[in-house]
Design a protein around this ligand. Structure first.
Ligand code: SF4
Length: 321
């Protein structure tokens, strides 16, 4: 591979991919927005190896989001930067692996508990067997479990924290970037969660109170709503129509109006045209929690809707994992 793309894909076994696609004429390349800059380096590589290349212009949120239109035009779709979520014959997943080390001295000094569970997103979790040994050498007892539908032990997705089911540790440490996953882990486990970024060396104890304040506000607004839009994504790994019908039934039973809206790209401007008072998002949870302000605080999760219609207690606030 050329040098620039090597920065992020130098742990990819490109020769085994070439071997897998050797009978292909045309390959598709799908890559998330944040890495699209590298697309032409990657497509040059496959073109030089003798393939026609078509690049997906769609945003790509996760492995839940396979470009099926492009797949129908190519022999193989190379889906970069995510691990497999949906098994599909002609889709090859090529994860993005960040190489890193941890500062065990800093972690040993700042983590009070000694029995910990290690979690992180795929780009960090690929190295967790080695990281586990580092923690153990520093005196920790480490719980490292593989969840359902993920590639690596300790791997979490914004919609999948199953590696934390039956947690026995006293605390959780999230290794990676951003607040979303550690907040999710804290709400699901009720345990103390630490977040550590190996790249910035930033370490913190996760605080869920600001997040919860915003969510309680959204729930209380939704309680005054009469008309709900129940949003379903057509993306292959996000589609939850059965859940949408269940939620619609709950609304109808309470005399509320509720329409199921089926769409690919879920954007504020597209929802604005419907003018519902509250939207219940059955698709990617990050739309509800991370993009809260973009949707003017009018989007809630299925679990929050259950609170709104009175079948879940507010104290039982949680994510569905
Ligand atoms: S639904 Fe959202 S959190 Fe789950 S894999 Fe897709 S992008 Fe990630």
């Amino acid at each position: 591979m050329v040098s620039e793309s090597s920065i992020i894909f130098d742990r990819v076994d490109f020769s085994s991919i070439l071997n897998r696609i050797r009978t292909a004429t045309t390959v598709g390349i799908q890559i998330p927005d944040g890495l699209k800059y590298y697309t032409s380096h990657i497509s040059d590589f496959f073109r030089n190896a003798g393939f026609n290349v078509i690049v997906s212009g769609k945003p790509t949120y996760g492995a839940c989001d396979i470009d099926l239109d492009l797949l129908s035009e190519v022999d193989y779709l190379l889906h970069f930067a995510h691990t497999k979520m949906v098994e599909m014959d002609r889709v090859i997943y090529i994860p993005y692996k960040v190489d890193y080390t941890i500062d065990t001295e800093l972690l040993e000094k700042n983590i009070d508990e000694r029995k910990i569970s290690v979690i992180g997103t795929a780009s960090y979790a690929w190295k967790f067997e080695e990281i586990k040994r580092d923690f153990e050498d520093a005196g920790f007892v480490v719980e490292l479990k593989k969840g359902n539908g993920v590639e690596y032990p300790g791997q979490v997705l914004g919609c999948n924290y199953t590696c934390l089911r039956g947690l026995e540790s006293d605390a959780v440490i999230f290794i990676g970037d951003g607040d979303f996953h550690p907040i999710g882990a804290a709400l699901i486990t009720g345990k103390k969660v630490y977040a550590y970024s190996p790249l910035s060396r930033e370490f913190k104890t996760v605080n869920t109170s600001d997040f919860l304040k915003k969510r309680y506000l959204a729930i209380s607004k939704a309680m005054n709503s009469e008309k709900f839009g129940i949003v379903v994504s057509s993306k292959i790994g996000q589609k939850r129509l059965e859940l949408a019908f269940k939620l619609q039934k709950l609304a109808f039973e309470r005399g509320k109006k509720a329409e199921i809206i089926f769409m690919d790209e879920i954007t504020p401007s597209m929802l604005d045209n419907f003018r519902f008072e509250t939207y219940v998002n059955t698709a990617c949870p990050r739309l509800t929690f991370d993009d809260f302000n973009r949707f003017s605080g009018r989007m809630i999760s299925p679990e929050e809707f259950e609170i709104v219609v009175g079948i879940r207690d507010i104290d039982d606030y949680g994510f569905n994992v």
